[in-house]
Design a binder for this molecule. Structure first.
Ligand SMILES: C[S@@+](CC[C@H](N)C(=O)[O-])C[C@H]1O[C@@H](n2cnc3c(N)ncnc32)[C@H](O)[C@@H]1O
Length: 292
């Protein structure tokens, strides 16, 4: 390999970093707060996302950053990122007569952003746990973009008939580890499911309940996720609980695509609704349009 072969990627990286820095300084000067975006700023945001898709991820980690949009624009929950595996104990389901469901969760940011428990996932976990065993009894449940597997594991711990927790290949190990940790191997299957790809025999094609939490954050995946949801939902018998945290104006584009295939309504019987809606989190139930 010649010196030029080594230098070219370094020069390209340097050039892209410089370009990103220039674009970022223009953005910072022109957009003081998130709510004042102009369509051109959105285009600039997207150009920056293309150069560095992970650039939003670390914004909330600097607690000293008090700039107006630092928290609102951040993609990960404001918790220190564990880069090596650690096990956290979480408990869900506040109820006067039932014990909460306790889950031991291995978290590890190294396989990807899904390796930690995201806020909308915790909201969905709490909602399902609060509904109790009757809600999942005998049901086939499929979770999309499971990350650690938390939401699906709650369904399994409640006693669902069979649960599939799915994600991309790098997350499968941590999900399997969490299934073992919680002794849920009898009713949980871990499967690879890449949104937008044809459904495989590794997952049920007609689940009774589909769960998805914090899956709206990266624009190139928006049409893929809508496609998979549409492929999985055949009629109104499939219930879809979809929890998301609004972070950027670009998220609206996901809902423009979703609207072509689904209608939705906010889940109103969730006890935590008033609190989590202040965090820009919404829990909705999707219904497929009849001729979509
Ligand atoms: C922000 S994390 C949320 C994880 C988990 N649901 C939670 O709430 O903690 C988004 C998840 O979507 C998964 N994901 C992203 N793009 C995907 C794709 N094209 N196909 C399947 N999963 C994808 C990521 O790997 C990640 O686990």
């Amino acid at each position: 390999m010649t010196t030029e072969d080594h230098c070219f990627p370094a020069l390209l990286t340097f050039f892209l970093q410089e370009l990103a820095a220039i674009l970022m300084s223009i953005l910072i000067q022109s957009v003081p707060v998130l709510d004042q975006y102009h369509p051109n700023d959105l285009a600039l945001e997207e150009a920056l996302d293309t150069l560095d898709p992970l650039r939003h991820f670390f914004k909330s980690l600097d607690e000293t950053d008090s700039s107006p949009n630092s928290k609102a624009d951040a993609l990960i929950p404001s918790q220190p990122l564990p880069t090596v595996k650690e096990i956290v104990q979480l408990s869900f389901g506040t109820h006067p007569f039932r014990s909460p469901i306790s889950i031991s969760l291995a978290v590890d940011a190294s396989p990807g952003c899904g390796g930690i428990a995201w806020p909308a996932g915790q909201v969905l976990a709490e909602y399902i746990a609060g509904l109790g065993p009757e809600f999942v009894k005998g049901k086939t449940v499929l979770e999309l973009g499971s990350g650690t597997g938390l939401v699906g594991l709650i369904g399994a711990a409640l006693g669902a008939g069979a649960v599939w927790i799915t994600d991309q290949a790098p997350l499968l190990d941590i999900m399997s580890h969490n299934v073992l940790l919680n002794k849920l191997t009898s009713n949980v299957t871990v499967s690879e499911l890449n949104w937008g790809e044809p459904l495989t025999d590794a997952i049920p094609h007609r689940p009774d309940l589909i769960l998805a939490a914090d899956c709206v954050y990266y624009e190139p995946t928006f049409p893929l996720l809508v496609q998979t949801l549409s492929d999985l939902v055949n009629d109104e018998k499939t219930e879809v609980l979809f929890c998301y945290k609004k972070r950027r104006k670009a998220d609206k584009r996901f809902f423009i695509l979703l609207k072509k295939k689904f209608t939705w309504a906010e889940v109103m019987d969730s006890p935590g609704r008033e609190v989590y809606s202040r965090e820009q989190i919404s829990l909705i139930r999707l219904v497929k349009r009849q001729y979509a």
